[in-house]
Ligand binder design. Sequence first.
Ligand code: PEP
Ligand code: MG
Length: 330
Amino acid sequence: LAAIVAEGRDQPAQTEDGVRVSLQVNAGMNVEHGQDRWGHYEGIGLYRTEIPFMMRERFPTEKEQLDLYRQTLRAHKKVPVVMRTLDIGGDKPLPYFPIQEENPFLGWRGIRMTLDHPEIFLVQVRAMLRASVGYENLNILLPMITTLDEVDEATRLINQAYFEVRNELAQSDKQEQLTRPLVGVMVEVPALLYQLEAVAKKVDFFSVGTNDLTQYLFAVDRNNARVASLYDTYNPALLHALQHIVERCEELRKPVSVCGEMAGDPGGALLLVAMGYRTLSMSTHNLDKIRWILRHVDSNVLQVLLTQALSCSHPDQVRRLVTLKLEALG
Ligand code: PEP
Ligand code: MG
């Protein structure tokens, strides 16, 4: 199977009838690898900065973060790198920053924590911006956005960091320029689905986090085995939500990608491409598989699959449809 899937590894993902899909990588470690190891990829669609934070005994300094981010931007200098600001809390604790809560997933996590600690946020964004000098491939992504005020506040802090770093560069002898990064938000809290238009006026791109979107849409802890059967990305309710997002983003002319696990699931990827998503970011171990599948499918066939899937009332019906389609591909 590996040999079959390896065919076309160095080619972009494109359906048989020519629909291009940009496949990108979710990373947090092993960022030094690239095309030799992963095959063709078109960006780091999600760099989870909390992972290096979780591997330490204290908050990394601005200099330590700068070195790490620069290494990442340099290793992938030909493609965009989407760096997400710290997303701790929920299922991602920091040993040296304990948070005690009854409901961690509904509590102080992601942007909620960093906006309450602007010093943590500013140090991180400053490190990202300083790291980007000379590369120009930095994009900044904000996790767990729920309200417009959070977008405004985060933007204000990013602007503050931008002007600080720009002034510091201007005062040094080197002729270094700072490019303003694109800033986007994760669509993973369901409330954002009904604020896309207002948020779109303030950001450059959206990235859909299907892991948390599924968790919050169905009110089901993504790590609780007892309720795992309710956590189902083939549930038509989630499919309708995802369809809504891509349609709105097309109307609003805002780039949108998917960086949750669903993008790296063969059936999930087929449905997402059928809906109109053209950028999928996934764990590296799924890249070859998804690239191969997309290269062996026709987008008209996907349209039929999607229409059938959206008219289903049960996740199992969707699963059956998708499995049949995948079996037909071999
Ligand atoms: C998601 O929620 O889908 C996502 C990509 O982010 P994380 O899994 O890191 O919460
Ligand atoms: Mg998430």
